[in-house]
Design a binder for this molecule. Structure first.
Ligand SMILES: CC(C)(COP(=O)(O)OP(=O)(O)OC[C@H]1O[C@@H](n2cnc3c(N)ncnc32)[C@H](O)[C@@H]1OP(=O)(O)O)[C@@H](O)C(=O)NCCC(=O)NCCS
Length: 185
């Protein structure tokens, strides 16, 4: 779509640490992550699911799983964060963007979720920073995401990304716009 060439996702493999010092890896999701996504979704609390999808959701559909595990960064990209301790590689969270079709300059919608028991350890901030970097490398100039105005953790995360807010599609939502110009690669 749009004829834009994606930057190679294989390069996306970044080591970092959570606030408690745990080593993590951020990388593009692949087909091998399908089962992890299913179990990660099942472990989410109803509250987190509601905050992420702005409604209750029973499961991820087959087409959503296909989409999340197949990357074409000029159009869409899903990044996972996982523990990189000895032996165990356990998924902690996912962030994704989807280009707004036909947008010029190019914008994309984003979402992020972190497993409940790992909240407050900086996982979402790491994910969003990486997502912004990859979006910018792929020519996207702004990420936008709809957030419930009661979602204080997400609004706190967004404070680090210089956002602009507009009213959302419902009276209790806001759309956050994250500018990517000036963001360093
Ligand atoms: C919103 C969410 C992604 C944050 O993930 P996280 O990994 O806990 O976020 P971080 O640890 O990076 O936290 C970043 C900031 O938020 C603050 N924070 C995290 N959890 C918080 C909480 N429960 N209450 C208040 N502040 C919180 C942190 O203290 C930190 O603030 P700081 O930068 O001033 O230190 C997570 O709560 C989540 O998955 N929620 C459900 C899905 C969702 O709401 N997605 C957003 C819509 S797309």
């Amino acid at each position: 779509m749009g004829g834009k060439k994606s930057k190679p996702v294989a390069l996306l493999h970044t080591r970092a640490r959570l606030l408690d010092g745990s080593p993590v890896i951020l990388r593009a999701l692949s087909r091998a992550d399908r089962a992890n996504l299913i179990s990660g979704f099942e472990e989410l609390s109803p509250h987190s699911t509601y905050m992420r999808f702005l409604g209750y959701k029973a499961n991820l559909s087959e087409s959503e799983l296909d989409h999340l595990t197949h990357q074409d960064p000029a159009e869409h990209l899903s990044i996972g964060i996982e523990f990189a301790g000895r032996g165990e590689h356990k998924g902690i969270g996912v962030a994704r963007y989807q280009r707004d079709e036909g947008s010029e300059p190019i914008t994309a919608e984003f979402g992020v979720v972190v497993a409940d028991r790992y909240h407050g350890l900086g996982g979402a901030t790491l994910l969003l920073k990486q997502l912004c970097r990859e979006a910018r490398r792929n020519g996207i100039c702004c990420l936008r995401g709809e957030v419930l105005e009661t979602n204080l953790p997400m609004l706190k995360v967004l404070e680090n990304f210089n956002p602009r807010f507009e009213p959302g599609s419902d009276e209790d939502t806001l759309v956050a716009f994250i500018p990517l110009q000036g963001e360093r690669e």
